[in-house]
Unconditional design. Structure first.
Length: 202
């Protein structure tokens, strides 16, 4: 339960993370401490003094836990995510690229690499990474969704609708994909389905 709760902290505002998650940096369970590192990696400067010590210790455990499984692309993606949270985009790129070289069909590495490239203003390269992934794993909804977001940024709304629509087709139960598709439709004046709920589900 603690592990699941800490993982959810990554998507809540910083003030709630500080209020509810600090103790997990010194949790009795290693997996919880490692998850807490990712929850607080992007806000180290805001941690109280004692929590910073706990964070640094847990961060060393996080890196050690990844080091023993570097034969798996998941470990390189985790290291990349940690680097991104620390605003070290170049390091993140190297980790994501290593994951792709290890397993070209591993979807998270391509999605995360494209997002890191976005922050560097290199969407063209990101588009190539995603397109290559779609060629290898055509039924990966996350790749189509990421490509759609990229095309929205490029103002290629027709191309974006195609990609975002494909993501919804592949994962019809994903409310976020549906919501983003509806927003893109509204950009070019297409009607949003009347039955769409406020949370983006049908």
């Amino acid at each position: 339960v603690r592990l699941a709760a800490v993982r959810l902290l990554r998507v809540v505002p910083p003030e709630y993370r500080l209020e509810y998650g600090l103790l997990r940096l010194a949790d009795d369970v290693l997996a919880v401490r490692v998850a807490a590192v990712m929850a607080f990696a992007d806000m180290q400067a805001s941690l109280p003094a004692g929590a910073k010590t706990d964070f640094e210790a847990a961060a060393r455990e996080f890196e050690a836990s990844q080091a023993i499984q570097l034969n798996r692309p998941e470990a390189w993606v985790s290291l990349g995510d940690f680097a991104m949270a620390n605003a070290d985009v170049d390091e993140a790129l190297r980790h994501y690229e290593r994951a792709i070289a290890m397993e070209p069909r591993f979807v998270p590495s391509r999605v995360n690499l494209a997002d890191a490239l976005r922050q560097l203003g290199q969407d063209e390269r990101g588009q190539a990474i995603l397109a290559e992934g779609i060629g290898l794993v055509p039924d990966a909804a996350a790749l189509h969704h990421s490509l759609g977001l990229l095309l929205v940024r490029q103002r290629d709304l027709n191309g974006a609708l195609t990609a975002l629509g494909k993501a919804v087709e592949l994962e019809p139960g994903n409310t976020r994909y549906q919501y983003v598709l509806d927003v893109a439709r509204s950009e070019i004046g297409e009607a949003v389905p009347d039955q769409l709920d406020a949370d983006g589900s049908q």
